[in-house]
Write a protein that binds this ligand. Structure first.
Ligand SMILES: Cc1cc2nc3c(=O)[nH]c(=O)nc-3n(C[C@H](O)[C@H](O)[C@H](O)COP(=O)(O)OP(=O)(O)OC[C@H]3O[C@@H](n4cnc5c(N)ncnc54)[C@H](O)[C@@H]3O)c2cc1C
Length: 398
């Protein structure tokens, strides 16, 4: 395996760093999903999304004929690393637009759907913001048991049901919705479809769910007789399960950015520990070194997955491997960060203007947020099950 980036990728890195200097405050807080809670942050993210759209970077991975740049795997890796390290916000278009709605549409969508939705996402405008509607109150890890019903009536589907934990649902214009189109299918996996729902449709209600420290990141969404044009069905009716598995693989395959975000937070911690003298404690030094080793390992794993993809090999279990490893790193980082800033970590993460904040408040914010990361994008256990089955060839235990 060759770890070197090619010249094009390194040239892109230089350009991105110029962009960072001009547009991103050096003390930007790297708080997980914080912009979904703070309106000022969200506005800033959308401003940056627009600028990323103008440079073409917002959807650089997409082919040129679909509002993209046809960037190489290595250019995408550099972009992911730089976004993660410098905290460049706005790259997601909600939590799904660029990463899995667009790529899934290119695999399963019709020409008309691609022509309508891909430019909307690539434009960086409010109309290109998406949320994802998979989980339900009684359907999480066992996603195939979902009950939200889409019934075909003429040239429309009528949708009834409830989704939950929908990140950015309060900002989204569109919902990427998993629903049941055939309640009588023999296998529960066989009666599912993917639908694109306009969040402004009559019958859609979004209610906030405050997370464990009161931040408004996710929501519950209720669908009451919501009429969706049949042309908004993605792919084939009842083929949703295969499409969802592909979309989830796109969702989990983002660990290079995660490792560089972790690296930046670690660098901030080391700096702070040096300035305050916390570094004098052997225990702190060892924990920092332990974390540095983990982060470097995650980066190498993520690069290995990229290397395989660049060779045209299928990447199957690797995103799950990296996602579950990243969950562990996030937890360690949350704990060590609060240990290093000590009593300042007791500041309410939602309070921004106080003299007691340290490191822009990102240590306490991330400490509280990481608990949820074991669940987001499929739980750590679910992802480990995938590694057990597809990497180790172990029998399914579920
Ligand atoms: C920050 C955050 C953002 C999220 N955003 C979204 C979103 O935008 N859209 C959306 O649809 N959902 C979202 N979710 C929901 C997330 O996908 C679910 O929480 C997740 O799928 C788990 O489902 P559950 O919470 O119902 O837990 P359950 O499935 O009930 O799991 C409970 C526990 O049992 C374990 N478990 C379950 N089954 C197995 C098994 N077979 N083997 C081993 N262990 C098992 C799990 O690992 C977990 O520890 C988000 C969650 C979080 C925390």
């Amino acid at each position: 395996m060759d770890f070197k980036y090619d010249d094009e990728a390194e040239a892109l890195r230089t350009k991105i760093r110029e962009f960072v200097k001009a547009n991103i405050p050096p003390d930007i807080a790297l708080g997980l999903f914080a912009d979904e809670h703070f309106q000022d942050d969200w506005d800033f993210s959308m401003k940056i999304a627009k600028k990323l759209s103008e440079t073409g970077w917002l959807t650089m991975a997409w082919p040129k004929e679909h509002s993209g740049m046809g960037a190489s795997v290595w250019e995408r890796c550099v972009f992911g690393e730089e976004i993660g390290y410098w905290g460049i916000p706005g790259g997601g278009m909600g939590v799904s637009g660029t990463a899995w709605v667009g790529p899934s549409l290119m695999l399963f969508g019709t020409e008309a759907q691609m022509n309508k939705y891909l430019p909307m996402i690539a434009s960086g405008s409010d109309d290109g913001i998406w949320c994802t509607g998979y989980s339900e109150p009684d359907s999480g890890s066992d996603l195939a048991s979902l009950q939200t019903r889409a019934e075909r009536v003429g040239d429309e589907y009528i949708i009834n049901g409830q989704k939950v934990w929908n990140s950015a649902g309060h900002h989204a214009r569109w919902c990427w919705l998993a629903c049941r189109t055939d309640p009588n299918a023999k296998r529960k996996h066989d009666g599912i479809s993917v639908m694109m729902v306009d969040m402004k449709s009559p019958g859609v209600t979004v209610r906030p769910i405050p997370n464990l420290f009161g931040a408004h990141i996710f929501n519950e969404i209720f669908f009451k007789d919501v009429r969706v044009p049949a042309e908004n069905l993605v792919g084939k009716e009842n083929n949703g399960w295969a499409q969802l598995m592909q979309a989830l693989a796109f969702e989990r395959g983002i660990s290079l950015g995660s490792s560089s975000t972790a690296q930046r937070i670690l660098d901030e911690m080391v700096q702070y520990a040096k300035e305050t003298g916390a570094i004098k404690k052997a225990e702190i030094r060892m924990k920092l070194a332990d974390l540095a080793t983990d982060i470097r390992t995650l980066r190498i794993l993520a690069l290995e997955a990229a290397w395989k993809a660049a060779k045209g090999e299928l990447v199957i279990y690797e995103p799950s491997r990296d996602k579950s490893y990243n969950d562990e790193i996030l937890e360690k980082m949350g704990q060590l960060g609060t240990e290093i800033i000590g009593a300042y970590s007791q500041v309410d993460p939602l309070v921004r203007k106080t003299k007691y904040k340290r490191l822009s408040g990102m240590m306490e914010w991330n400490y509280w947020s990481t608990a949820g990361m074991w669940n987001a994008a499929g739980t750590t256990d679910t992802n480990r099950n995938i590694v057990a089955q597809f990497k180790l060839g172990l029998p399914r235990g579920y």
